[in-house]
Design a protein around this ligand. Sequence first.
Ligand code: UTP
Length: 286
Amino acid sequence: MKVRKAVITAAGWGTRFLPITRSQPKEMLPVVNKPLIQYSVEEAINSGIEQIIVITALGKRAIEDYFDRSFELEYFLEQKRETKLLQEMRELSSLIDVCYIRQKEQLGLGHAILTAKNFVADEPFAVLLPDDLIDSRVPALKQMVEVYEQYGTSVIAIKRVSSQNTVKYGIIEPKRVSAKIYQVLGLTEKPKPQEAPSNLGVVGRYILMPQIFDVLEVTPPGKNQEIQLTDALQLLLQQQTIYAYEFDGVRYDAGTPLGWLEATIAFALKQPDIGRELREYLRQLL
Ligand code: UTP
């Protein structure tokens, strides 16, 4: 069955970005001139996704407004004969139909995904975490869809992390299948380096079979008292094989100030209108 639906989780508090996240959703932080969430939406569209649901929460209205149509703005741009900008703004609001669900209590990533149960129903679906920003020639999710089509079961994205960084990620216990594909034998959430089963860290892109919902419903709260997707995947392993795929591309952990700055600089350096001047500025600065 084709992967048609994507869930984008955007309900977290974003505490690592306080104080800006007091009134500004983390997913609306700009990387150059687009908010983080738009990169995920575009990645989903360019991977063949037809329907998107964004999980939001209190204080995240800016996300809904962003993808909506703004007739006032269009009128203003029309009057000013800003034809190119006008066209870009129209294209943005017609990218794809996005639906929204509010997670009423922030009980963790696993709980956020569970709120999409009725939307997804009985089909495989993608999950994208917008704070994992991926720069790749072929969209990372598209690469994963190809792996899913080969194996017909859940696929999670992974990247190698340094051993001092295992405490920041879900880490898999891998069994190598081919150069970039591993069978997942187990998962541990944020282990200490000496307890990590490998240095393959989970990245925020998943293709999940719908059975994950039944599992999420019975997954007890784990680390930080949150319902962890990692714990649910560990339980799902009792019923089905899960593969991990080391995608081609660079991942930025844009949910942290340093990762966001790295992403901003890397993306800006590639912009034809500002890249050269920024490079020159950085040279002078350093
Ligand atoms: P994070 O672990 O990055 O948490 O969530 P966070 O709240 O966004 O940020 P910090 O750690 O407080 O700085 C990973 C993903 O899960 C979503 C987040 O929006 C992000 O996409 N999430 C997390 C939810 O949607 N709901 C939750 O209850 C928790």
